[in-house]
Design a protein around this ligand. Structure first.
Ligand SMILES: [Zn+2]
Length: 160
C-alpha cells in the first residue's frame, strides 16, 4: 500500500505495516538529514521509501488551493511537494500538520493523521492586525499601517 508521508510523520514513525510503501519528495529526505536521519529510515530508502518529484502542474494546483484557504503561508515548499505528490499519485498522505491536512481535504485527498484525530472541517484564514485591526488576506508579517504583528484568524469553515 502506497502512502505519501510528510517529514514529521516519517521522522516519528516507529514501524510500518509489512505491505506499506512510502513515497516522498526529495525535500522530506533533506529535512530528515538535517534532523539526523536514523539508520532505520536510511535502510528503507530505495527499498520501501521511494523519492519522486511532483510535476509542476500538481504543485501549481496545490498552491492555488492553499491560497484559497489561506494555508499557503504556513506551508513550506516541501509541504507543498508532499501534497502535490499525493495528488498526482492519488494516494493517501500521512501528516499531523494542520495546514497540510486542510489543503489535502479541499483537494479531495485522504489525509490520515499519525496521532491526532481527523480534520472534520475546512477552515479559511485571514490575518488581523493586533494593533489597528486591519484585515489581510495574506500574512504580510506586519501591518502596513501600524507595524504591529498580524494574527491568523479563521473566518469561515465548511463541513465536509
Ligand atoms: Zn495595524
Amino acid at each position: 500500500m502506497l502512502h505519501v508521508l510528510d517529514t514529521t510523520a516519517l521522522f516519528n514513525a516507529k514501524d510500518f505495516p509489512v505491505d506499506f510503501e512510502i513515497i516522498v519528495p526529495q525535500g522530506v529526505l533533506d529535512e530528515l538529514m538535517a534532523w539526523g536521519l536514523n539508520d532505520r529510515v536510511r535502510l528503507l530508502v530505495g527499498v520501501r521509501i521511494f523519492v519522486e518529484a511532483p510535476g509542476k502542474d500538481s504543485v501549481e494546483k496545490v498552491k492555488q488551493f492553499a491560497e484559497k484557504t489561506g494555508d499557503i503561508d504556513r506551508l513550506s515548499p516541501t509541504d507543498i511537494d508532499v501534497i502535490a505528490l499525493a495528488l498526482e499519485k492519488s494516494v493517501p498522505l500521512i501528516s499531523d500538520d494542520y495546514s497540510i491536512g486542510n489543503t489535502a481535504k479541499i483537494l479531495g485527498l485522504k489525509c490520515i493523521p499519525m496521532e491526532t484525530r481527523g480534520i472534520k472541517k475546512i477552515y479559511y484564514w485571514k490575518y488581523v492586525c493586533r494593533g489597528c485591526g486591519k484585515e489581510y488576506d495574506r500574512d504580510m508579517g506586519e501591518c502596513i499601517i501600524c507595524g504591529k504583528e498580524l494574527l491568523p484568524k479563521r473566518y469561515k469553515s465548511e463541513d465536509i
